[in-house]
Design a protein around this ligand. Structure first.
Ligand SMILES: C[S@@+](CC[C@H](N)C(=O)[O-])C[C@H]1O[C@@H](n2cnc3c(N)ncnc32)[C@H](O)[C@@H]1O
Length: 264
């Protein structure tokens, strides 16, 4: 079967963009125009078999990122599997905010709490080479993925298993960034089907999704060294988080889509 015929068949089962991305991944090509300029190229038996397998997985609603074990974040490809959350584009705002803060600190010490795939920590170290970046997670399996990504992308970060900042070693942390679980299982407006393959421990938190965020705010507000706190959460939670931070002596500097930036 050639590329054009396979795509035609695949598009009856999944969105055409997914069909194209499956084939590009298998053919190790990046540019979608390749599929047009080579539409009469025959797929080998191995390529076709693999493409059909990926197609059937996608048709079962498995996210493409888990099928091809890859997701782009801030312009770089990260390995992902079902032990980590798939990096989301809204999280990229954290990188821009931290980069701006770090401009005014000589050798910033930055903690990424709940690192998952390591996308935030790995990117921050590559974007801010002068920084010391520590990536924390309480999941061994997530830390393995973060290690793989930081190694493959040559990002020299420190990985640490810890419950939030409980075991943080540095006593002079400048910036804490966190995309912690913030979904509550009771939210009836959320499309839970789209989350069914992602790790429960990366998604859900109690107390309307705010339990872990509040716990981290408590830790940060008790530490005079930590001046900057950047949190991701659903915009519907922002008002409650801002009020909680204010009570703890943290002031809002900026809201950017899903991201809140506070200073102490
Ligand atoms: C929403 S995912 C975010 C992953 C990644 N930072 C990203 O933005 O794609 C949350 C991560 O926090 C971790 N986590 C959950 N509870 C934690 C805790 N108490 N302490 C440290 N990490 C935690 C989960 O294992 C998961 O990897």
């Amino acid at each position: 079967m050639n590329i054009a015929n396979w795509l035609e068949k695949a598009k009856t089962k999944v969105p055409s963009i997914d069909a194209e991305l499956i084939l590009l991944n298998i053919l190790r090509e990046k540019d979608r125009t390749y599929l047009i300029s080579h539409d009469t190229r025959d797929l080998t038996e191995v390529e076709e078999e693999k493409a059909n397998y990926y197609l059937n997985e996608r048709a079962k609603n498995k996210p493409l990122a888990y099928i091809i074990n890859s997701k782009e974040f801030y312009g770089r490809e990260f390995y992902v599997d079902e032990n980590v959350l798939i990096p989301r584009p809204e999280t990229e705002d954290i990188i821009d905010i931290v980069k701006k803060i770090a401009e005014n600190i000589d050798y910033p010490i930055i903690y990424d709490v709940g690192t998952g795939s390591g996308c935030i920590a790995t990117t921050l170290k590559l974007e801010i080479p002068k920084a010391k970046v520590v990536a924390i997670d309480n999941s061994d399996k997530a830390l393995e993925v973060a290690k793989k990504n930081s190694t493959e992308l040559h990002s020299d970060i420190i990985l640490q298993k810890s419950n939030l900042l409980n075991d943080a070693l540095d006593r002079n942390i400048d910036i804490v960034a966190a995309n912690l679980p913030y979904v509550d299982k009771s939210w009836d407006w959320l499309d839970f089907d789209s989350l069914e393959y992602e790790p429960l421990t990366a998604l859900y938190a109690s107390n309307d999704g705010l339990a872990l965020i509040y716990e981290l705010i408590n830790q940060v507000s008790a530490r005079p060294d930590i001046k900057h706190l950047i949190l991701e959460s659903d915009p519907s939670q922002h008002q409650k988080i801002i009020e909680y931070c204010n009570k703890k002596g943290l002031e809002l500097v900026e809201t950017r889509n899903f991201i809140l930036y506070f200073v102490s």
